[in-house]
Design a protein around this ligand. Structure first.
Ligand code: SF4
Length: 385
């Protein structure tokens, strides 16, 4: 699941309520595939294992959900994000049927999340033919020890092979997802992973700090004192990423995201601007106007409801305009574009103090945090909401 949506879901409590009213066309679609070959011990997304036949049944249900959603909401998709889970695990025959029926596939930016081990020449060619233009590879690290700690099954060699295969199939837009502040990961290991990722030549690199999500084995290991967090080490690793990636020509356009010129993710930018989006699949979240809802994290009930001609079970939350504006402000401060200076009008003294400390800058009518300031985004946002 996209991390921005995850942030929005975990920061709200969703209650049953009525669906949102019809509004302007929706420009952003997210599709959640809950299947993974193995569950990583730090992962809190809605994921589970499953057979090929279970994946085919899931895809049938997904198509039914799409029929219902596209009947209820006007959709003119500019971006489509196939996340999970591991959508690259889906059997090609079922994926093809889904793609052919799912016409927003022609969206301007269509991204598929992939595990390096699942990328085969046949799949890569088919994904490309079916209109996928961008692949986001879950690499996390190129250090075998760190990969072992994270419970990942792929190797650095698998990553190189996956990138070669995607390039051979014609992909011109590849993202590499990396994690830092992993238990046992040294600054030297992080440095080497960043260097290795840059050498792969992707158009986009995401560098996320590991978070200890509740109910995961990692969370329990930290609670038991087996692992400890080191804030200073995390900050240093963030700075290393910023320095190496910027030097290599990747611009930080959000606290965790770096892209070559013209390759920033349009889908994520849609979230950060506070645009409406629809999410399909179990556990997927949608926000339309002043309503947010989440499909329940239950694949069996999801399939059963859609097979019976019903909507999947959902939880709804009415939003206020103030709440959406707060989210726009918080997400906007994480980006290099920042927020309109008018949004902080009531607290310009604090804004000026931040600019004097080198944590923010005011220019062209925008207030934006510097890379150092972005380290303090949550605290700074608290000054303005
Ligand atoms: S592969 Fe990704 S989605 Fe699947 S369990 Fe691991 S971290 Fe979670």
């Amino acid at each position: 699941m996209d991390r921005v949506v995850w942030f929005l879901v975990v920061s709200q409590r969703l209650d049953p309520a009525e669906p949102a009213p019809r509004r302007q066309p929706i420009r952003h679609l997210y599709v959640h595939t809950p299947f993974c070959a193995k569950i990583c011990p730090y992962c809190a997304f809605y994921v589970h294992t499953g057979s090929a036949s279970e994946m085919r049944t899931f895809l049938d249900a997904l198509l039914r959900e799409w029929e219902r959603v596209s009947r209820d909401y006007p959709v003119e998709a500019e971006t489509l994000y196939l996340g999970g889970g591991t959508p690259s695990l889906l059997p090609l025959d079922a994926f093809r049927r889904f793609a052919e029926a799912f016409h927003p596939w022609e969206a301007i930016e269509a991204t598929l999340e992939a595990n390096p081990r699942t990328v085969t020449p046949a799949k890569a060619v088919a994904w490309r033919e079916l209109g996928i233009g961008r692949v986001s590879l879950g690499v996390q690290s190129l250090d075998s020890e760190v990969l072992r700690t994270l419970g990942r099954r792929h190797t650095a060699e698998d990553v190189k092979e996956a990138v070669r295969t995607l390039r051979d199939a014609g992909f011109k837009n590849i993202n590499v997802d990396l994690l830092f502040a992993v238990p046992g990961q040294s600054p030297a290991s992080w440095h080497e992973t960043l260097g290795g990722a840059i050498a792969l030549g992707p158009e986009h690199i995401s560098a996320y700090e590991l978070t200890y999500e509740e109910d995961t084995p990692f969370f329990k290991a930290r609670a038991a004192g087996i692992w400890t967090e080191d804030e200073n080490r995390s900050i240093e690793m963030y700075r290393t990423a910023w320095r190496l990636l910027e030097d290599a020509g990747y611009r930080q356009y959000e606290i965790s995201n770096y892209a070559r010129q013209g390759c920033a993710s349009r889908h994520n930018q849609g979230y950060w601007k506070g645009n409406d989006y629809l999410g399909l699949g179990p556990g997927a979240c949608s926000t339309v106007g002043l309503c947010r809802w989440q499909n329940r994290r239950d694949t069996e009930r999801y399939i059963a409801a859609l097979s019976a001609g019903q909507d999947p079970p959902r939880e709804h939350e009415p939003l206020s305009e103030e709440q959406r504006q707060r989210e726009r402000l918080l997400l906007g401060l994480r980006t290099s574009g920042g927020i309109p200076a008018s949004w902080i009008g009531g607290n310009s003294d604090a804004a000026l103090a931040l600019t004097r400390q080198g944590l923010a800058e005011l220019s062209e009518g925008n207030f934006r945090l510097t890379p150092e300031g972005r380290l303090l985004t949550d605290g700074i946002a608290g000054l303005f909401v």
